[in-house]
Design a protein around this ligand. Structure first.
Ligand code: EPU
Length: 418
């Protein structure tokens, strides 16, 4: 199993390109199940989760062509199997995204229940009750969700909490339903907007994506399209924190600052210098960051997927900061690892109290989930001495060539394969 070895203390300098967004790629690939035409997606990141989605679509019967220019073409003409097996779903919860499209186009779907994961129990009840409102019959047996419907019907679907993949699943299903669907309290994330744009290119009639009410007028069929995936705002934010924490000067190209409004405000409050252009962000780190309080919220609030990275910055900010995680109940797995590096953090319920220390000291640490692992690499970049991160496969799920990008910025980092 690969490990990443970081020797900390070098300010990062230079420029790197941002990849396409993982969390927009996965739903757009699932959306290709809604048509028998070819869907051509560009700006696809090279990630393990994308490979898992390729495998999943392949076993449903899709033809898949991957080109050298970060493109994937999915041909949904041959879909002959509507079952998403446990072995794939357990490695990637986002597999649930095939449920809405399979049900809407093929009348049934059999998806392994995702179960718990490192960051919490993460139920899918809102996906299921939304599909039921559209007329689907749902049964749970043998660890599988069995959903069936002759043709889904439009419905008004109020969602009791904001769910990103729930909104995406229902939006895809409603695209081929009979009549109008209104999603209330919908997720407003840029990845939801990107999916709506992709679906509209396929002939769907979706309006309001990006607001909390999305209206979908169902159509009888969808067709193929070409769609470029938006830049990954979480990768961008991770490298912004890296530039900030090392007192560096880092420019991120092919980024979308508009999707990072709140993180940019918060980083500026920490004393980080940030300039932006239409598709780039330049970050200059302070000599010491300023402590701030932070609370994760659905978009446009501060993203839970950047909480762990910001916490690392706070471990070095003189004074006290309070970080409240409101989205997931168990997303502080990085805390005990950061403590091993000398961070002063106390947890009470969903709040982490961080007291800034003078420096972190390198140590062996273990990755627990994707974003937690990224935070440990950031900590390693600033810690004195060596940090050896094991279980790196978590990082490869969501960051494209992370060590190569850090190397290009002058970090002392290497992947150890055995
Ligand atoms: N929830 C329910 N019932 C549901 C659906 C969600 O109770 O039916 C709860 C969840 O347990 C959680 C909250 O609602 O407490 C929000 O979860 P959400 O459904 O929005 O999360 P998700 O769609 O499963 C996506 C991203 C996550 C990101 C969250 C929040 C994808 C593929 N995943 O997950 O990304 O953290 O939204 O923004 O889009 C990551 O990339 O590292 C990652 C975990």
């Amino acid at each position: 199993m690969d490990k990443i070895l970081v020797r900390g203390g070098k300010p990062l300098r230079g420029s790197i390109p941002i990849s396409g967004a993982k969390n927009a790629t996965l739903p757009a690939m699932a959306a290709s199940l809604l048509t028998s035409d070819r869907v051509h997606l560009t700006n696809i990141p090279h990630l393990r989760d994308v490979t898992t989605m390729v495998e999943l679509l392949g076993q449903h019967g899709c033809g898949i062509t991957i080109d050298e220019k970060l493109g994937v073409e999915v041909d949904g003409a041959g879909v002959n199997n509507c079952r998403a097996p446990y072995d794939l779903v357990r490695t990637m919860r986002a597999s649930i995204l095939v449920m809405g499209p399979l049900l809407a186009r093929h009348g049934h779907a059999e998806i392994s229940l995702p179960g718990g994961c490192a960051i919490g129990s993460r139920p899918v009840d809102i996906h299921l009750s939304g599909l039921e409102k559209m007329g689907a019959t749902i049964e749970l047996s043998g660890g599988y969700i069995r959903a069936s419907a002759k043709r889904l019907r439009g419905a008004i679907i109020p969602m009791n909490l904001v769910t990103v993949t729930g909104t995406e699943n229902l939006m895809m299903a409603a695209s081929l339903a009979q009549g109008q669907t209104i999603l209330e309290n919908a997720a407003r994330e840029p990845e939801v907007v990107d999916l709506a744009n992709c679906l509209n290119r396929m002939g769907a009639r979706i309006s309001g994506a990006g607001s909390s009410t999305i209206t979908i007028d169902g159509v009888d069929t969808l067709h193929g399209c070409t769609h470029a995936i938006l830049p990954d705002r979480i990768e961008t934010g991770t490298f912004m924190v890296a530039g900030a924490i090392t007192g560096g000067d880092v420019t991120l190209t092919g980024a979308d600052p508009e999707t990072l409004t709140d993180p940019i405000i918060r980083l500026r409050e920490c004393g980080v210098g940030i300039d932006t252009g239409p598709d780039w962000i330049r970050v200059r780190g302070p000599s010491r960051p300023v402590a701030i309080d932070l609370e994760t919220q659905p978009y446009p609030g501060f993203p839970t997927d950047l909480q762990a990275q910001m916490m690392v910055l706070m471990t070095l900010a003189p004074g006290d900061s309070r970080i409240v995680e409101t989205i997931f109940e168990n997303r502080f797995m990085h805390v005990s690892e950061l403590q091993r590096l000398g961070a002063d953090i106390r947890i009470a319920g969903n709040t982490a109290y961080v007291r800034g220390v003078d420096h972190l000291l390198g140590a062996p640490v273990m990755a627990t989930d994707l974003r937690a692992s990224a935070s440990l690499v950031l900590a390693g970049l600033v810690a004195r001495g060596e940090t050896l991160l094991s279980r790196v496969y978590h990082i490869d799920r969501g960051y494209e060539r992370i060590e190569e990008k850090f190397l290009a910025l002058g970090a002392n980092i290497q992947r150890l394969s055995n």
